[in-house]
Design a protein around this ligand. Structure first.
Ligand code: SF4
Length: 153
């Protein structure tokens, strides 16, 4: 109950690396450090897609990740948004000629695309914050619908 209340006003982000070099992930982690302090915007990062509102995907989708990424997307509860971070997530970048299946939007729908190799932490925060109002509005609408359904019972 307390968890549901708190989650109404926060954005939970799950980071998924589908085969990148870790460069983008290091920048995402930097965004969590005190210098950028992403939590001041009510954004919390963890690794559980079942708790997430936003999936931040880094890296090209390598062959073993094709099925797994779709599974993670399906596990993430509605409403959800996807942010593809970095050149590899957008177009496979330097891995284009390797054993990759394709960019993220070939597997799952992407709501925001952030280019760069890697993008800066400030740009990553900006991308998530820009998508956050949409995610919050969708979440609030869905929670209100659930509450009114429960009242009718
Ligand atoms: S975009 Fe650059 S830093 Fe990010 S995964 Fe690709 S090669 Fe690495």
């Amino acid at each position: 109950m307390i968890k549901d209340f708190a989650r109404k006003r926060s954005i939970n982000v799950c980071i998924v690396n589908t085969g990148g070099c870790n460069g983008c992930d290091i920048e995402v982690v930097s965004a969590l450090a005190p210098r950028y302090d992403i939590e001041q915007y009510g954004i919390y990062v963890h690794n559980n897609p079942r708790e997430a509102d936003v999936l931040v995907v880094t890296g090209p989708v390598v062959l073993p990740w094709k099925k797994r990424l779709k599974e993670i997307f399906d596990k993430t509860p509605e409403p959800k948004v996807v942010v593809a971070v970095g050149a590899c997530a957008l177009s496979c970048g330097i891995f284009k000629e390797g054993h990759v299946y394709g960019p993220v939007d070939k597997i799952i729908p992407v709501n925001a695309k952030l280019p760069g190799c890697p993008p800066r932490p400030s740009e990553i925060i900006e991308a998530v914050v820009s998508i956050a109002p949409e995610a919050l509005a969708m979440k609030e609408k869905m929670l209100k619908e659930m509450e009114s359904k429960n009242k009718d019972k």
